[in-house]
Design a protein around this ligand. Sequence first.
Ligand SMILES: Nc1ncnc2c1ncn2[C@@H]1O[C@H](COP(=O)(O)OP(=O)(O)OP(=O)(O)O)[C@@H](O)[C@H]1O
Ligand SMILES: [Mg+2]
Length: 256
Amino acid sequence: MKHKGLFVTGTDTDVGKTAVATALLLSLRQRGLDAVPMKPIQTGCLKHGDDLIAPDLDQCLRALRLTPAVEEAEWMCPYRYLPACSPHLAARLARRPIQLRRITAAFRRLAARHDFVVAEGAGGVLVPLDERRTMLDLMRALALPVLVVARPNLGTLNHTLLTLAALRAAGLKIAGVVVVSTKRGRRGRIERDNLASIARLGRVQVLGRLPYIATTKIFRATALHFSKDWKLPTAVFPKLGKNRVTLFQALENARA
Ligand SMILES: Nc1ncnc2c1ncn2[C@@H]1O[C@H](COP(=O)(O)OP(=O)(O)OP(=O)(O)O)[C@@H](O)[C@H]1O
Ligand SMILES: [Mg+2]
């Protein structure tokens, strides 16, 4: 296996990265793979006694019904900050600069113990880590294929194509794009066209569309929705002509 993981980035914050990462992990685990989550940098943590709870990791672990040992939980999220802001500002306020070495070491430890690691970025690709580096530098350091999570609606073409251009310029391998509807509403002409346009103009595989799921247990529900897709491609993966591939195929490609 060439890659022991996948990096999930997005066109913005709040686009559905955690939902997709969780869905993927659940699917992989249901297939018997020991796949675990990683959120290398989390801002907006919650204080719990002396500990900082990383909400994305916490939600994901709950959905997977996983309880890692303390040292593994630390590797899964080595940089935790309280303020809900960009990592560069959170790191500066906490006087705790982000060291990529520390993150890659944590990834290697997790990858040595498990079959596969799904790492989630913070925000989008050009989110700063300090005055010099961005999320792209973290992705390059981890050297994993990158999955892009995008919005389905108006504005997504610009954001998604910019994200893909930045990833290519950084020499990163793109595993594909997943479009997530985090808002209620009917899919109109624009949204249907956006998927095909992203695939065509972005020269990328749109691996699927995750529809809006109205439930309070969103992450488990999302994950179950995705995992069902392996047998039922039409519900989540609409027809996109020759660009239509399943998320699982993409993962296989990414791991080949
Ligand atoms: N398919 C879906 N249907 C409905 N709501 C969703 C869906 N996917 C995600 N959401 C909701 O949208 C919001 C954003 O999703 P999520 O937390 O996965 O985004 P994110 O990109 O990981 O955000 P961040 O940048 O904070 O890490 C959450 O409240 C989540 O519950
Ligand atoms: Mg998230």
